[in-house]
Design a protein around this ligand. Structure first.
Ligand code: MUC
Ligand code: MG
Length: 372
C-alpha cells in the first residue's frame, strides 16, 4: 500500500544572530524558525521550515501564527492523505486555506524532502534537475555602523566568502543613508558590487531623490524603495532611472508578477519560497519573469539551513539568475540545528546533494534551541 502522511510536528526554534541585524522595520538579535517534521507511514520523515523576520514587523505571518495555523488548520488537511501527490496536496491546502504562504511553504518543503528520500532523488531532481551546483551568495551589511560595515565587507572579500553586498537602509533620514552607502561603495571600489534594500521605507518623492543620489554613487540595484502595494510607482521608478529596480515585497507570487509585467515593469524580481507559498509557486513566478525578460534574484527571509537548502534546490533548476542569490541566512546565525552545515566557499554555496533536501537534523541542538 502506498504511504500516507501520519503526523506533522511543528517546533519554534530560536537562534541568536552573530550581531544585531538592522533593517528599516526592525533590528534582529535572534531568528525564530518554525521547523516542520512530517512523518509518513513508510517510515520516512520530511523536514520543512517556515521563517519570517522580526515577528510581525515584515509581513502578516509571525512564527507563532505559522505554528498555530499549521497545527490547527493545515496539518489536519494533510494527515491521512497519500504522501506522494504533491500537486493534489498543494491544491487541497489552497482550496481550504487562504494566504499563509510561509506556513504552506514549510509544509511543501517537508513533502518534497520526504518524496525525494522515498525516490532516492534530490529535491532539485524532483523539480526537473539542477542547472547549477554552486550558486553565488551576497552578504548583507546591516550593523547600523558605516565603519563596522566596511570592515565586515573587507573581511568577507578577503575570506572569498562574498563579493557582492546588500546594504539595509531606510531607518535613517535619506541624506544620512546616502552618505552611509556612498562611503561603503567608495571604500570597496570596483572590488565589490553594492546594492541597497530600502524595505518599503520611502515615499515616491523621497525615492526619486535617494535613487538619483545612489545611482550617482555607483550603486548597482535598488530593492523595494517604496511600499509593496504601489506597483504603479515602482514601474515609474523603473522607467525613470538607469539603475535597475528589484521588486521584493511588491512581488509575492505569479499574480503580482503578472501585474507588474503587464504594467511595463522592467528590472528584477526577488524570489522567495516563503512569499510564494513554496517551491512550486516561486518557480511559477520565476518562469513568468523569464518569459517577460525580467531578471531573477534568489531571495531569503533569513531562513536557517533547512529553508535555505530548499530555496537552493529551487534556484538550481533555473538556467540563469541575473542577480545571483542572498542565501546567507545560516551564516548570520551563531549556531545551527543540522548535522552538516551548508558548504560556503568561493563567493557562493554548494547545492546540497540528495536525497531530498540533503539535510539531517542534529537532535541535541534542536532540543537545545527549541522553545518548550
Ligand atoms: C529582504 O527584505 O530582502 C534579505 C536579506 C536581509 O538581510 O533581509 C532579507 C529580507
Ligand atoms: Mg528585500
Amino acid at each position: 500500500m502506498s504511504s500516507v502522511i501520519e503526523s506533522i510536528q511543528t517546533l519554534l526554534v530560536d537562534l541568536p544572530t552573530i550581531r544585531p541585524h538592522k533593517l528599516s522595520m526592525t533590528t534582529m538579535a535572534c531568528q525564530t524558525m518554525v521547523i516542520v517534521r512530517m512523518r509518513h507511514s513508510d517510515g520516512i520523515e520530511g523536514l520543512g521550515e517556515g521563517t519570517t523576520i522580526g515577528g510581525l514587523a515584515y509581513g502578516p505571518e509571525s512564527p507563532e501564527s505559522i505554528k498555530t495555523n499549521i497545527d490547527t488548520y493545515l496539518a489536519p488537511l494533510l494527515i491521512g492523505q497519500p504522501s506522494g501527490n504533491l500537486n493534489a496536496l498543494r491544491a487541497r491546502l489552497n482550496r481550504s486555506a487562504r494566504g499563509n504562504a510561509i506556513a504552506k511553504s514549510a509544509l511543501e518543503t517537508a513533502l518534497l524532502d520526504a518524496q525525494g528520500k522515498r525516490l532516492g532523488l534530490s529535491v532539485a531532481e524532483l523539480l526537473g534537475g539542477a542547472c547549477q551546483e554552486h550558486l553565488p551568495v551576497l552578504w548583507t551589511l546591516a550593523s547600523g555602523d558605516t565603519a563596522k560595515d566596511i570592515d565586515e565587507a573587507l573581511l568577507r572579500l578577503e575570506q572569498r566568502r562574498h563579493c557582492d553586498f546588500k546594504l539595509k537602509i531606510g531607518a535613517n533620514p535619506v541624506k544620512q543613508d546616502v552618505r552611509h552607502v556612498a562611503a561603503i561603495k567608495e571604500a570597496l571600489g570596483d572590488r565589490a558590487g553594492v546594492r541597497v534594500d530600502v524595505n518599503q521605507a520611502w515615499d515616491e518623492s523621497t525615492a526619486v531623490y535617494g535613487i538619483q543620489a545612489l545611482q550617482d554613487a555607483g550603486i548597482e540595484l535598488i530593492e523595494q524603495a517604496i511600499p509593496a502595494r504601489e506597483h504603479a510607482g515602482l514601474i515609474r521608478l523603473a522607467n525613470r532611472f538607469n539603475v535597475p529596480m528589484l521588486a521584493d515585497e511588491a512581488v509575492q507570487d505569479a499574480r503580482d508578477g503578472l501585474d507588474l509585467i503587464a504594467g511595463g515593469f522592467s528590472g528584477a524580481f526577488a524570489l522567495k519560497i516563503a512569499k510564494s507559498g513554496g517551491l512550486q509557486g516561486v518557480l511559477e513566478l520565476a518562469h513568468l519573469a523569464q518569459a517577460a525578460g525580467v531578471g531573477l534574484y534568489g531571495g531569503t527571509l533569513l531562513e536557517g539551513t533547512i529553508g535555505t537548502a530548499a530555496s537552493l534546490h529551487a534556484w538550481a533548476t533555473l538556467p540563469e539568475m541575473a542577480w545571483g542569490t542572498e542565501m546567507f541566512g545560516p551564516l548570520l546565525l551563531k549556531d545551527d540545528i543540522v548535522a552538516e552545515p551548508l558548504a560556503y566557499d568561493d563567493f557562493g554555496v554548494a547545492l546540497p546533494s540528495g536525497p531530498g533536501l540533503g539535510i539531517a537534523l542534529d537532535e541535541d541542538k534542536l532540543a537545545h534551541y527549541a522553545r518548550s
